[in-house]
Write a protein that binds this ligand. Structure first.
Ligand SMILES: Cc1cc2nc3c(=O)[nH]c(=O)nc-3n(C[C@H](O)[C@H](O)[C@H](O)COP(=O)(O)OP(=O)(O)OC[C@H]3O[C@@H](n4cnc5c(N)ncnc54)[C@H](O)[C@@H]3O)c2cc1C
Length: 323
């Protein structure tokens, strides 16, 4: 493999997502002494974001600014990133396994005639051999993959690979590359956000998730309070979304978001297999349920059997006292 790895950065509301820094750390694991080249796309003002990539370990960054890159489209970003990859000829490419990463990387892999290891949660190295570990069967098992030829093209699941310390003394070159972004088949006219502001669910270190047991949209309010006190985000089961207690953008599971926070608090959630598919790899799981036989306790590290409406206010009080 050549010494160079391209890391495709991703921003949200003008700020780089943490998974970009995790991707830089992953690139370092794959090729500890190789050159890490960041790529950033957007409409304008990418210099600050490029600096951040350098502070987190990129050796240099190539930016592509164009009016047609204001919001993500597979054709627009595809053209921009491909132009950089073709100019750089890297041995590896790393990106976050985010909605954009899931959409963009297979397209790039097909254009480059390359394979792709998606959704890696761990990277192991033994001499020159790099092994990627990824969950399969909805997180019930893990497979190990080794790339034997061609590009090392990989997406990494957010929140699994520790990013390096931010270091403002790191320096590196930022180059702007001109790419003509043409023939877009789709043009984004406007973006209307459904999800509320605050911590991004897929990158949150702490998630307080509510289920049908929460019983109403009002019942979710204390969950927001607890999540706020813990610096985390609120998630939900599909049962709660179907019942209209919260928005579908909060849904965790097989047909929702896949999350791996340090702490997952499941509140009034029974633990259906489709829900577990989205959260069972969380580092510590706490379940609060009034039914001691509930399946959620089979994956929980800590279980509280009782009425959530009594337990959540007590937890909020305790957490606030710790501050
Ligand atoms: C194809 C398919 C895809 C699906 N995808 C998803 C998915 O992505 N995510 C997902 O979550 N589900 C998904 N589901 C739905 C899934 O099968 C379950 O129906 C759903 O997860 C149940 O949600 P729940 O646990 O909130 O509700 P329930 O199963 O109704 O559980 C509610 C729980 O709350 C507890 N409870 C009630 N009152 C209290 C109280 N006062 N205090 C404490 N505990 C209380 C109860 O004991 C119960 O365990 C999918 C289903 C299908 C068929």
């Amino acid at each position: 493999m050549s010494e160079k790895i391209v890391v495709i950065g991703e921003a949200r509301d003008g700020e780089l997502r943490n998974v970009t820094f995790e991707a830089i750390a992953a690139a370092k694991q794959i090729q500890s002494d190789g050159e890490i080249v960041g790529v950033l796309c957007g409409k304008e003002n990418l210099e600050q974001q490029a600096q951040e990539m350098i502070y987190y370990g990129a050796n240099r960054v190539v930016t592509v600014a164009h009016d047609n890159l204001e919001t993500y489209t597979p054709e627009g970003y595809g053209q921009a990133v491909l132009a950089v990859i073709e100019a750089e000829s890297p041995g590896g490419i790393v990106m976050g396994h985010t909605s954009i990463g899931k959409d963009l990387t297979p397209k790039l892999a097909s254009k480059l005639g390359s394979g792709l290891v998606s959704d890696a949660v761990e990277i192991q190295t033994d001499g020159d051999e790099v092994t990627f570990i990824r969950p399969i069967y909805s997180g019930k098992a893990f497979e190990k993959k080794v790339i034997t030829s061609g590009l090392t093209f990989v997406t990494i699941r957010p929140n699994n690979i520790a990013m390096s310390e931010r270091d403002e003394s790191r320096t590196g070159e930022v180059t702007a590359k001109e790419v003509d972004i043409t023939d877009l088949r789709t043009v984004i006219k406007d973006v209307i956000r459904k999800a509320s502001e605050g911590v991004d669910l897929s990158e949150a270190n702490v998630i307080v998730a509510g289920g049908r047991g929460v019983k109403s949209a009002d019942g979710f309010k204390p969950l927001y309070e607890l999540a706020d006190a813990l610096g985390g985000a609120v998630g939900a089961s599909r049962g709660a979304c179907d019942a209209d207690y919260c928005d579908y953008s909060l849904q965790i599971g097989q047909t929702g978001k896949v999350v791996t926070p340090d702490l997952y608090i499941a509140v009034g959630i029974s633990g259906a297999i489709q829900h577990l598919a989205g959260m069972s790899n969380s580092k510590v799981i706490v379940a609060i349920n009034k039914d001691a036989e509930s399946n959620i306790f089979n994956v929980a590290d800590y279980g509280i059997v009782g009425d959530l409406f009594e337990i959540i206010p007590l937890l909020i009080e305790e957490v606030k006292q710790l501050k």
